[in-house]
Design a protein around this ligand. Structure first.
Ligand code: PGA
Length: 259
């Protein structure tokens, strides 16, 4: 048990637009034996749509679970190029990343859409991994808390209190994503404790149980310090998750949790 109130550690690798089916299979061959050493941790691999079926099939006998990186809020409809929560659930996908800053920045992902996506994911039985975070300019202007409050309030507005603890939140300062610049331990702890306090305004029990991850240039070298922070329950890992040995070291760095 750590200072994290017995919350199960949660480490997610976000492959972004990387890995064909063949590459996903090659990754899993190396990663699964390494991940087997941490049955106490929840490990998710967030694969591109095209590699989901392969990843699900190859992880079926392991504790590793597979997530998508986006979905549409409607169950079906005239939305060319989109994929829905029931479609992902049918593939036995277990989760979905929602509101990643790259989707917000490059593809117009809005808080209004996220307000519908998070409950739609939960309804389909998917674990939503909701990303929030400030830009460098917002941090410098002292706007970090305001931005986080806005995103959390908007994106979770339609989630009933009894489902809040089923959401996983990833705090990802945008200036730390893919830049090699991580938040300091103090910045990560402060922002994540703030997010937990915001959740506490909605529901005290959910705030204690909900997992909040840090994301942004996490690697095997900085993971031990970040993952040991009292409010940090895990990591959302981009670049470093492409290498099975590196991701396994990050998983190994997660303090042994409760549950
Ligand atoms: P990074 O990406 O680890 O490459 O910074 C994190 C993310 O985008 O989730």
């Amino acid at each position: 048990m750590t200072g994290s109130d017995g919350r199960r550690p949660f480490v997610a690798g976000n492959w972004k637009m990387h890995k064909t089916n063949a590459e996903a299979a090659e990754f899993l061959e190396a990663f699964l034996p390494a991940a087997a050493g941490r049955p106490d941790a929840e490990i998710f691999l967030c694969a591109p749509f095209t590699a989901l079926r392969t990843a699900v099939e190859l992880t079926e006998t392991s504790a590793v679970r597979v997530a998508a990186q986006n979905m549409h809020e409607a169950p079906a409809g005239a939305f060319t190029g989109e994929v829905s929560a029931p479609m992902l659930a049918e593939l036995r996908v277990a989760g979905v990343v929602l509101g990643h800053s790259e989707r917000r920045e490059h593809f117009g992902e809005s808080d209004t859409a996220l307000q519908r996506k998070v409950p739609a994911a939960l309804e389909a039985g998917l674990v939503p991994i909701l990303c929030v975070g400030e830009t460098e300019a917002e941090r410098e202007a002292g706007e970090t808390d305001r931005k986080l409050r806005h995103q959390i309030r908007m994106d979770l507005a339609e989630v009933p209190a009894e489902r809040l603890a089923d959401v996983v939140i990833a705090y990802e300062p945008i200036w730390a994503i893919g830049t090699g610049k991580t938040a300091s331990a103090e910045q990560a702890q402060e922002a994540i404790a703030f997010v937990r306090a915001l959740m506490g305004d909605r529901d005290a029990d959910a705030a204690t149980r909900l997992r909040i991850l840090y994301g942004g240039s996490v690697n095997a070298a900085n993971a031990p310090e970040l993952l040991a922070l009292p409010d940090v329950d895990g990591a959302l890992v981009g670049g470093a998750s492409l290498d099975p040995v590196e991701l396994a070291s990050i998983v190994a760095a997660a303090p042994v949790g409760g549950a």
